[in-house]
Design a protein around this ligand. Sequence first.
Ligand SMILES: Nc1ncnc2c1ncn2[C@@H]1O[C@H](COP(=O)(O)OP(=O)(O)OP(=O)(O)O)[C@@H](O)[C@H]1O
Length: 239
Amino acid sequence: MTTDVTHNPTHRPEPLVSIRHLAKSYRRGAQTVPVLSDITLDIAEGDFIALMGPSGSGKSTLLNLIAGIDRPDSGELRVAGVDIAGLPESSLADWRAAHVGFIFQFYNLMPVLTAYENVELPLMLTRLSRQERRERVEMVLRMVNLADRMDHYPSELSGGQQQRVAIARALITDPTLIVADEPTGDLDRTSATEILAMLQRLNAEAGKTIIMVTHDAHAAEAARSLVYLEKGELLPGPR
Ligand SMILES: Nc1ncnc2c1ncn2[C@@H]1O[C@H](COP(=O)(O)OP(=O)(O)OP(=O)(O)O)[C@@H](O)[C@H]1O
């Protein structure tokens, strides 16, 4: 912490994600389908935010914009000071690989790779040696309590275990941001509770910033803050 902060009570740290007047529509043939209109939102570093709203309200679209998977039509979108809306396609892919960890509803693991190999995959694009990769993979697999399953293939793991492999894969590059789209949507209540507890721990103990889209009020309760999308507009949550 700098002395500036101590002496200036009005100081606010820069939000990790800063969104201003973001708009997005999709083209379907000759038609334009507006999805998000005028979204303004700040997400602080270290937050665990749940993004809720009815089906079709634009939650995944907003998540994909923040994660640099898709591009806005207009507005500002900065993540850790980088104007990601303005990055050319090739730089955006590099930015995503370095800064965003993804967790999906259906895990998206490679079926022909073991748990270990799935987690190692994002590191194959880095300059780390095989030994350095091994140390990191084993460390994150221990973090998600799966060190004893590293040689298993996804088909040999339960849904909850597969999602833990996916969490390990999301963590392996030490990303700036973790985005999770319905991470408990395919799990029974017990496994969902376990996954949510794990995300809470990553947030509280490892300081990871997490943005989670969910339909489930139980999942949203695990988050620190809540925003609600309706028809492409953001409403403040009750917390
Ligand atoms: N690639 C696309 N092309 C055209 N329309 C799209 C595309 N992706 C999303 N849409 C439309 O944008 C709207 C918002 O979709 P989005 O997936 O963001 O909603 P959501 O709130 O995440 O919904 P759900 O909770 O059902 O997953 C929907 O009407 C959808 O049909």
